[in-house]
Structures are given as structure tokens and as C-alpha cells.
Design a binder for this molecule. Sequence first.
Ligand code: KIV
Ligand code: ZN
Length: 519
Amino acid sequence: MTKDKVLIFDTTLRDGEQSPGATMTHDEKLEIAELLDEMGVDIIEAGFPIASEGDFRAVSEIAERAKNAVICGLARANYKDIDRCWEAVKHAKAPRIHTFIGTSPLHRAIPNLNQDEMAERIHDTVTHARNLCDNVQWSPMDATRTEEDYLCRTVEIAIKAGATTINIPDTVGYTAPIESADLIRMLINKVPGADEVIFATHCHNDLGMATANSLAAVEGGARQIECTINGLGERAGNTALEEVVMALKVRGDIMPYTTGIDTRKIMNISRRVATVSGFHVQFNKAIVGKNAFAHESGIHQDGMLKNSETFEIMRPEDVGLAGTSLPLGKHSGRAALRAKLSELGFDLADNQLNDVFVRFKDLADRKKEVYDDDLMALVYQNDSGDDRLKLKWLRVVCGTEGPQTAEMVMTIDGKDVNTSATGDGPVDATFNAVKALFPHGARLQLYQVSAVTEGTDAQATVSVRMEEEGRIATGQSADTDTVVASAKAYINALNRLLVRREQSEPGYDVKGVSYKDSA
Ligand code: KIV
Ligand code: ZN
């Protein structure tokens, strides 16, 4: 049986990054784009170039670096957006402009356009985009709540104006599988010229049906699925790449389609996106959740030992999970660490390996066995040698009688400063100490702790998201001591806010930020 190819369009860096709090740094965006390119994603939507200087720069650089994928930028239905988008993507080997306008009655009311005026706008903007680039995607935003006749009319206009891909977004996650398939089928059957373009599906997960709706759209004739790693995205997120790709792979018997994705790279990119976005993956998330391949109950474990297929429909290795492997310990040397990291997919430069080795030795002194997940947490710790703020020393006094007290020494711009602060709990006291040493106006938006492995000596990974004047930064850290990990993650977020401030206000002197020298 020949299988039709379904193109995978990843929008982690656009729709995913747009979700409040998921902002990534420039370098993180480049890194995620490289991983997407390496794993075989067909089209990478790298950002929304007109949105900010930072977005423009990221899309341009991703376009210049991409080796295989088509690089796409988003643009609203106006010439300025489209021109800016083209400026950013034009250096890619294969550039694409993606332009959109809301076509449902609710969305038409926003620019206050009637049906004819909007039709004219679609014709003009798609023609303009097509004059710049021969690969143009057009999306009628909120398509699933647009009148059928009007949707057909607009799709026909976009095709005639030169769009090569027609994307049908379920912007608010409203549709259901049967409807999703019927909608694409109806468009392909009714709209003149439909057989000359590719239809795409773009689903949001508000009712938990994004994956089912995307697969149903493929049944209806769509040959491009828009998705994000871990289902990252606004509100309840977008269709999860790993879910649609693995569903097509595992159930090829009833869904005869292929994708170009190297599924063994799924786990690594999932972890990386979780780390840089600060959006942890829920334990029972399909494919990439910590428990997705865990078998706890006796009956399940017994069955698994006899024949793994009794309870497993896919092999952990297929998504890039290493089989059970021996943990490292405090006597393991640099060569063993390098070999293990390379097995886990990390090819570190010598100086990076040295940094991880120091952290590994420190951890191995405190923790008997260092597992793969522990090592990954060490690699992903995102503090850097250039950080202005560093935690030097911390002691917290806790007990049933509050308030708790944190004594702290921080190094700020190379100078040690210390303080003691109280709080409602050890973490609150610790954060108050940081604030006393480095007064700032940033607000804590999220504080999240999870254990990397099992046992009371497990490392805790902590994510802290901070906001200051609209800038958002997420800090991460891992330590066997939850409070130490919390302090480091908080300081890490502050360091990132300082860098972000410097980037968005060129010339701003970060050294000028005041702090209380209480040494
Ligand atoms: O959800 C949506 O409608 C979008 C469009 C910009 C394609 O993200
Ligand atoms: Zn969307």
C-alpha cells in the first residue's frame, strides 16, 4: 500500500511561544529551530517578524541557518506585515510567507470589514505576498466558525491570488473530529482549484480534541498538520506534534500516511522545549510524559516481563527514550560521563563537559546514584558564567514555629553581599533574602517544583517565571535541596530579566540597576 505523505508544520516558535510566559531567548529559539530541522519537520514557523525586533532577528537567523526545512513567518493581512515577513524569511533556502485574516462574523467585526471588503483585502494581500515569494500560505482565522459559503468564497479567492497552501484553523478549539473531516472534504470538493493546493489543519486543544481533530482533517484530505512540541500554545495549547506523529506511525494500518519525522528525536526536543519555555510536561501526557512508558501495577509489570507488547503499543526507544541503563556514581570519571551523555544525545564541547562534570561530581557526593534524568537536569541548568547575580551560600532555619529564616550570601557583579530575611516558609524567606540583596520590581508569576527521579535524595527541578514591565523570563535549576534549587532558579530568572532588558533597551546600563550592598 502506498502511503500519502503528511507534512509536519511546527509552530512551537510562533503559536507556542505566543502563549503567556513561554517566551524564549534568541539563542533558545535558534537551538529549538535546529532540533526541529534535524528531526525532519517539513515547515518551521519561526515567528511573527513584525511583532518585535527580537522576533524579526530570530526568524532571519533561523532562515539563514536552516538546512532542510521550509522557513515560514507569520503576517497579518496588510502589506507592511507581509513585507517585513519577507525581509525575515527571504534568505532561507526555502522561504514561505504565511498570511491570515479572521473570516468568521466575530472576527470580521474587529477590522469592521463587510464580506466584500474582506474578500478584496484577501485578494490584494495574497497577491502581494505571492509577488514576493512563490510559497504562500493563507489562513482564514476562526475558519470553523465561519459561514460555509463565505469560507468557500475566501478560499477560492486566496487560491486564485496564488496561495499554495490553504490552512484551516480551528482557532478556538471548537470543532469535533467528524466536523473537522467534513469541513476539509467539503472545501476540497466544492472550491474550484482546490486540487492544486495543499490543505492544512491547525487545531487548538480547548476541548481536548486537537489531536483527534487534526487526524480527522487528514482523513478529510488535509496533507499538512500544524502542531507544536508538547502541545505548547495559547490557552490549552495546539495539537501536539509527538501525538499526531506517533498516532500515524503506530496506527498506519488504519491511517495510511507517513511523515518525515525521526521519532527517536522526540524525547530530547520535548525536554528541551519544556526547559526553555518553563512549561513542564504533565506526568501522564501521551508520548512524552514521565509516566507514558512506566508500568507500576503488579499485573502490568508481570505482563511486561513476559512480553512487552502486552501493555506497550510502541517501544520507548521509538520516541528516543533510552532503555534502562546503569546509573553513574561518585567514582565515575569524565570518560564515563561523556559516553553516557553521548548515549543520551548530547554532544558537548570540552568546556561544556567540564562544567557538567563539576556539577555531576557535586551531585554524586550527595546522591548515591545519578540517573539519566539527573544528568539531563544538570545539562539543562541554564545559569552561565556571565551571570551578574550568583548564589554563594545559603542556610535556612525551618521548624513548626515560624517565621522561617534564610541567611544568604550572593555575589553581585563580583562582590559578595549578605543578608538574613524571614518569610512564610523556607522558600518565601529565601526569595525575600534575594529581594533584600537585589531590590527589584519583578513579579513572581510561577513557581513550580518537581522531582527528577524517585527517592528522598532525588533532585528537585524548580522553574520560576518572573515578569517586569511586560518582559517575562523563566529560570530553572536542579538540586537535591529544594530550597537551594528554588534560590538558584529565582536568581537565574532575575539574570535573564536583566539580559532581556539590555536587549530590548539597547544602551541600557544593567550595571546601573541598584542593589543594596549589605556586606
Ligand atoms: O489559531 C489560529 O487561527 C492561528 C492563525 C494565525 C493561523 O494561529
Ligand atoms: Zn493558532
